[in-house]
Design a protein around this ligand. Structure first.
Ligand SMILES: [Cu+2]
Length: 148
C-alpha cells in the first residue's frame, strides 16, 4: 500500500518538475537575449574610451629576455628607448647580453654576468633602431633589441 502511494506520489510530482524545467528553459533564452541586446549600444563607446586610456599601459610587466638552452628568447625584443629589460637565466651556465661591435658608444649596452639560475637587467639604448647583441661567454648566442 505504501509502495503504491509512493509511486503515485512520484507520478504527481513529475509533471511539476517538467513544468519547472520547462519554465527554466523558456526563461533562459529570454535572459540571454536581454543581456546581449541591451549592453550592445553603449559598449562601443566604452571600448573606444578605454582604448585611448590604456594605450600607455600595454606592457604586462617588464619586457623579459629568457636565456635558456644557450639561446635568447625572444630572438628580437621590442622596447621603448631606455627601457629596462629583465633577463632571466634558466641555464646553469652564466650569460650576458652584450651589444655587438660597431655600436656607437652611447648606444652600447652590457648586462654584465647573469649567473646561472639568476636574473639581471640591461637597459635599452635611447636611440631608435635595431641592436644586435651576443653573449660574452658563448659568442654563438645572438639576439637583437628593437628600440621604437
Ligand atoms: Cu652565454
Amino acid at each position: 500500500m505504501s509502495k503504491a502511494k509512493n509511486a503515485r506520489y512520484s507520478e504527481t510530482i513529475k509533471p511539476n518538475r517538467l513544468i519547472g524545467s520547462l519554465a527554466l528553459a523558456l526563461s533562459l533564452p529570454l535572459v540571454v537575449a536581454a543581456c546581449s541586446s541591451s549592453p550592445k549600444a553603449p559598449a562601443p563607446k566604452a571600448a573606444s574610451n578605454s582604448a585611448a586610456t590604456f594605450v600607455p599601459v600595454t606592457h604586462n610587466g617588464a619586457p623579459t629576455i629568457t636565456m635558456q638552452n644557450f639561446s635568447f628568447s625572444p630572438g628580437t625584443i621590442s622596447v621603448t628607448p631606455g627601457e629596462v629589460i629583465k633577463l632571466v637565466n634558466k641555464d646553469s651556465a652564466p650569460h650576458t647580453v652584450t651589444s655587438d661591435a660597431g655600436v656607437a658608444a652611447k648606444d652600447s649596452f652590457d648586462s654584465g654576468t647573469v649567473a646561472g639560475g639568476s636574473s639581471g637587467t640591461v637597459t635599452a639604448p635611447m636611440d631608435p633602431g635595431t641592436y644586435t647583441y651576443h653573449c660574452k661567454f658563448h659568442t654563438f648566442m645572438h639576439g637583437s633589441i628593437k628600440v621604437t
